[in-house]
Design a protein around this ligand. Sequence first.
Ligand SMILES: NC(=O)c1ccc[n+]([C@@H]2O[C@H](COP(=O)([O-])OP(=O)(O)OC[C@H]3O[C@@H](n4cnc5c(N)ncnc54)[C@H](O)[C@@H]3O)[C@@H](O)[C@H]2O)c1
Length: 539
Amino acid sequence: MSNAESAINRRTFLSKTAAVVAGGSALAKTALSYGKILGANDRISLCHVGIGGRGTELDMIVSKVAPSHNVEMTAVCDLWSLNRDKAVATNTKYYNRAPRAFKNIDEVLEDKDIDAVILSTPDHSHSPLLKMTADAGKDAYVEKPMGNVMSEAKSARDAVLKNKLIVQVGTQHRSEPYPRAAHDLVQTGVLGDVSKVEIVWNYHGPRWRGREVTKLIREQDTDWRRFLLNKPYRPFDPQVYCEFRLYKEFSSGIPDQWMSHAIDLVHWFMNDNFPRSAVSHGGVFAWHDGRENADTFQTLLEYPKGFLVSYSTSFGNDSPGSTRYMGKKATLTNIGDEGSPRYQLVEEKGTYEENPDIEKERASRYVLLPGETKLPPVSIDDLSLGHMSNWFECLRSRQQPHCTVEAGFAHSVACMMATEAYWSGKKQYWDAASESIVTRRHKRNSSFAINDCSDIIDCMASITIRQLPEATKRKLKIRAAEHGRSMEQEAREILKNELSKTGDPPKDLGKAIREIFAPLGGVKLQIPPREPIPEPNIK
Ligand SMILES: NC(=O)c1ccc[n+]([C@@H]2O[C@H](COP(=O)([O-])OP(=O)(O)OC[C@H]3O[C@@H](n4cnc5c(N)ncnc54)[C@H](O)[C@@H]3O)[C@@H](O)[C@H]2O)c1
């Protein structure tokens, strides 16, 4: 039996046999007995690994939803004794008893009484620790970015998928009500064709430098070699330990920290997961404090569906941030920086060239939740509860959570491409077939660029409509009307969306069209056989 199977079986065992084990004193120190003492037979036993700044927030979040989801932090794990002791004290307050304390994750993963693990260690360790957790058959909540080394991110994802685990990646805005409402709005097609997404998130200050904890860390209180994990040895450095976001071997800085959140939302809203190519620029322009990673950074990513994403951050000026989805029918602006709940939809009509006052004539509205009339704020903290709750629900239902390991892998790929483009100064391409980042497009394996094929798609759309059975045509017409498109435009959109998923041009046009339109009722498409070429009549 694999570790994954044994973990799941133990859960089933727990709910079925709680009455039998209820009084077992031999189990006094196990999670099983935690379930018994608190009078619940299916309590989920958690261990939290890496409890620094973010970890302390996550502990608070877990404690708030723990009673309603029947979970408990029964163990904590941190290399650093100071943070480990703090985590024991905090969780003792939350649950009225002390969690077990571990220094190394290996001991956590061997412990059969821990069902699931929360990982909020520094960026470079997410994928390696996630892989170890998955190999041990335990579910996980892992902070973003899911990974920043391609081979490690792939191995972690593969281990999670192989063991059929429930992994939530920590881009929590996916579980917040306003981004969810905005996402649903975009899915209606209200924006029309989106050709550009512009993201600007700024801050004024030497971000990530000068953390108070940097003065407290001492080598003898932690395990420096374990902190380094897969990185080559270097002498102990308190700044690398606590300010890892500034050092290129451990984090890419702005892409790993901020762009991971931003691009994750773009992927989700646009239903397009892997950039086709990326170029980046930036540098250390604002804070010459020994940091390696850029404090001013901009990247441009092109996506297979045919749109460009511009992501830009400056730490030298706090000008207002926003994210704009620019479509032919409307613009959706997320007003504010990371996670802002304020979204505004503005009709796209006319041009400034024709009418300098055109903005006044464009209808607009805010995205509000049902029954709400007040505008939401333009910023949010990192303490929303929904993402953690969603993971707990999925641990029980075994459904996939809001940010799956595959979505986490996709945001990691986008951040790695942006980073590679920055450091190399060269345009980077995503090779979908080999799942690797390459500098020159391999002709045979290159991603299928929908942009390059718009003529084929137009042609396919018009052939398709003519060939559709009446019932399917009616469905297409309704769907087109819902999206405010003509039937041709709707057919084109369906084709474009579906083809961008395959990564390759279809070899058999007829078959591809039949499959794409199957959900609408099927297409009996007869592509007429080619006229036989007459034998040359040579006399
Ligand atoms: N989702 C969000 O909004 C959000 C917000 C902030 C931070 N984060 C993420 O959280 C992560 C942690 O950031 P932080 O500011 O809390 O860092 P931190 O330095 O404050 O805390 C990291 C902790 O992990 C411990 N640690 C390091 N390696 C370990 C290992 N191998 N095993 C066990 N413990 C280990 C350290 O001792 C430390 O206590 C980052 O990757 C960041 O991207 C996410």
